[in-house]
Design a protein around this ligand. Structure first.
Ligand code: ADP
Length: 404
């Protein structure tokens, strides 16, 4: 069964076509600058060395998806005909309180995604556009929605509520939802294969550290707390997002700097984090390079970033009364031995012993702590697209789970 996985943004989209249950990626690609005369479509088939690129006028998501289907079924030679696409799985950012699981797309599900537009005004409308365009391009092909928030719906109210008037939760759905759920779910699902223990008996702290970053406390396979909140701004310091700050800063800074609410929010989302402190970049590779060349501001940004992640790890050890597995994933988590080492060097009170060689030199999914360590530390490359393909396969085939 071939499953097309789609991640639609407002002016871009990414896709991967999976052959299931083999979990083989047949082709992956993306289109940027949708809505322009020079939209860029890049794609690469399984086994191909370089990638193919075309530039053309693509005015909307429907035209973009028509081109994706054309590439998949004709230009790349991956499939012979459109009938070979059995289902489509969509990444949807906000499922609100309605979705604790992935769901086949129906009119009711689409209405629920629409209901959550206010909670994710940048993402949910683009996700819906992609869903509706796909319905037009592949009528009759089943589609599923996989929500970034769903995994964290298992948080209890004492973890997801803000200590503000309760009526705001009832009236306006103000609460913590958490994001990166598909990634935290995927990487935690890999833990039993690495540590040979049942996830149901483990306390796991999962650090998804990419451009956006979040830490999750996962107990008995279920998310019990996570650092992002009602929006992805809360929590640890990120590439360009501040993470946690004193809420009173808004009133004070806006008055001093003459900022409107939207400008303040934009400052916290786009001009803060590593970028705001270093004045250089939100990209960890550039910060690490500048730090190595002696840039004091980049060193400060790095230290703050590490410290704020470590504080969340400490908080979740307390939240779960212990930790068995600490895992790192996403761009920075997978690729920065330096950050992992700095974090782990200050967690020795937990009986955590890093294996420096495995941390520095190993590749891919692996354990990076010593056999004597009381906490097992892992690097697990994330694969949200595969999780979406698995969920979609389960939903369209009426299986109970994807486990083979
Ligand atoms: P997104 O959240 O957009 O999916 P990624 O998970 O791809 O982002 O993470 C991007 C981040 O990973 C960037 O800050 C990038 O600098 C960082 N990164 C990638 N490779 C390395 C590396 N070798 N060392 C340090 N940081 C890296």
């Amino acid at each position: 069964m071939n499953i097309l996985v789609l991640n639609c943004g407002s002016s871009s989209l990414k896709y991967q076509l999976f052959r299931m249950p083999e979990e083989q990626v047949l082709i992956r690609g993306g289109i940027e600058k949708i809505g322009s005369e020079d939209a860029l479509h890049t794609y690469k088939t399984d086994g191909q060395d370089g990638q193919d690129q075309t530039t053309s006028q693509i005015l909307d998501h429907r035209e973009a998806l028509q081109q994706v289907i054309e590439v998949v079924t004709h230009r790349s030679g991956v499939l012979q005909s459109v009938e070979e696409i059995a289902a489509v799985g969509h990444r949807v950012v906000h499922g609100g309180e309605q979705f604790a699981l992935s769901s086949l797309l129906t009119d009711e599900v689409k209405r629920a995604i629409q209901d959550n537009v206010e909670l994710a005004p940048l993402h949910n409308p683009a996700n819906l556009q992609g869903i509706e365009a796909m319905e037009a391009v592949l009528p009759g092909v089943p589609q599923a929605a996989v929500f970034d928030t769903a995994f964290h719906q298992s948080m209890p109210p004492e973890h997801y509520l803000y200590p503000i008037p309760y009526v705001l939760y009832k009236r306006h759905k103000v609460r913590r939802y958490g994001f990166h759920g598909t990634s935290h779910r995927y990487v935690s699902s890999r833990v039993p294969y690495l540590v040979h223990r049942d996830l149901m008996n483990l306390k796991v702290i999962s650090c998804h550290i990419g451009n956006g970053a979040s830490v999750a406390a996962i107990q008995n396979g279920r998310s019990t707390d996570t650092s992002m909140g009602m929006t992805p701004l809360e929590g640890v310091m990120m590439g360009t997002r501040s993470g946690d700050i004193d809420p009173s800063l808004q009133e004070y800074i806006s008055r001093k700097e003459g900022l409107a609410a939207a400008e303040f929010s934009s400052m916290l989302n786009k001009h803060s984090g590593l970028y705001g402190i270093s004045g250089l970049s939100g990209d960890m590779r550039k910060i690490t390079e500048a730090r190595a060349k002696g840039s004091a501001r980049s060193a400060l940004a790095f230290d703050m970033y590490e410290y704020r992640i470590r504080k969340y790890i400490g908080a979740y050890v307390a939240a779960m009364n212990g930790v068995d597995v600490l895992l790192f994933t996403a761009g920075v988590g997978e690729n920065s031995p330096l950050l992992r080492r700095k974090i782990c060097d200050n967690l020795t009170y937990l009986g955590l012993e890093l294996d420096p060689q495995a941390n520095d030199q190993g590749k891919g999914e692996r354990i990076i702590s010593l056999p004597t360590s009381r906490v097992t530390v892992c690097v697990i490359p994330t694969n949200e697209e595969l999780m979406i393909a698995r969920d979609t396969q389960v939903l369209v085939s009426g299986l109970e789970s994807w486990e083979k």
